[in-house]
Ligand binder design. Structure first.
Ligand code: NAP
Length: 255
């Protein structure tokens, strides 16, 4: 799978799936605009990219996707002059059922996981129409299946999946593809950001493993190649799809 000379914006590039995706994109020959808030972590991503492929560029953009979408587009265009691929990966989660969750949590989750994706995609799409490029959204198995006590997160990802499909239909006549990758439980920092200690996170992973048909959780290096694939010309006839990277979790059903 090749991305030679392509320019990709990758949000959430300072950690987890996004950081790994940057590395896989430069290995495939792309230049990346790596977006995140934590500059120290972004610099680590840039170092890993430089090591993986010194001839690809990694532009660091310190930005909050809920506020700085225009800055992300401006800085990418100023550096590279075009955009071929947008990977909307940045995301957050939150615990809580309808009893505990409130509108503040819902708004917070939607601001990051959905509204920012809507706005950034809207700003990038004119560039993708010019380049005949594509979008890959990082959704979740939680967009397709229902899990208790993650209400705000599940509905934010369901909204994202519908967004992927609607925009895929709208953009197909323009030669722009729009897809999502829907992972199940992947080892990253997402739970630590909502306060899980290392010990608690280890227990979450252990408890979650049997809910995947393959009996284990996934790793970031198992998600990134799916994003590269969907972004590449190898996926030239694929649009509007939800590409599960979930160890079979979506097929599981209690019996
Ligand atoms: N890990 C899983 O089990 C799993 C499963 C299914 C789907 N996903 C999805 O995968 C995506 C990546 O998650 P991850 O697991 O890799 O989590 P992670 O390690 O916590 O990384 C999340 C990334 O999102 C960025 N981010 C969050 N809010 C932001 C904001 N307002 N502005 C800019 N960047 C922001 C963070 O950057 P800064 O902290 O630098 O701002 C970080 O780089 C998310 O959309 C998540 O929902 C994860």
């Amino acid at each position: 799978m090749k991305l030679d000379g392509k320019v990709a914006i990758i949000t959430g590039a300072s950690s987890g799936i996004g950081a790994e995706t940057c590395k896989h994109f430069v290995i495939a020959g792309a230049h990346v605009a790596a977006v995140g808030r934590n500059l120290a972590n972004l610099k680590q991503t840039a170092e890993a990219c430089a090591k993986a492929n010194p001839s690809s560029k990694c532009l660091l953009i310190q930005a909050d996707i809920t506020k700085d979408t225009q800055k992300i587009v401006n800085e990418t265009i100023a550096e590279f002059g075009k955009i071929d691929i947008l990977v909307n990966n940045a995301g957050i989660t939150a615990n809580g059922s309808i009893l505990e969750a409130d509108l503040q949590q819902l708004d917070n989750i939607f601001d990051t996981n959905f509204r920012s994706v809507f706005q950034l995609t809207k700003l990038v799409v004119p560039h993708l129409i010019k380049s005949k490029g594509n979008v890959v959204n990082v959704s979740s198995v939680a967009g397709l299946r229902s899990f208790p006590n993650f209400l705000s997160y599940c509905i934010s990802k369901a909204a994202l999946d519908q967004f992927t499909k609607c925009v895929a239909l709208e953009m197909a006549p323009h030669g722009v593809r729009v897809n999502s990758v829907n992972p199940a439980m992947i080892v990253s920092n997402i739970y630590k950001k909502i306060g899980a200690t290392d010990e608690e996170y280890a227990k979450i992973l252990e408890r979650s493993a049997p809910s995947h048909a393959m009996g284990r959780v996934g790793e970031v290096h198992e998600v990134a190649p799916a994003i590269v694939f969907l972004a590449s010309d190898s996926a030239s006839f694929i649009t509007g799809t939800q590409f599960l990277v979930d160890g079979g979790k979506n097929c599981m059903c209690p019996r």
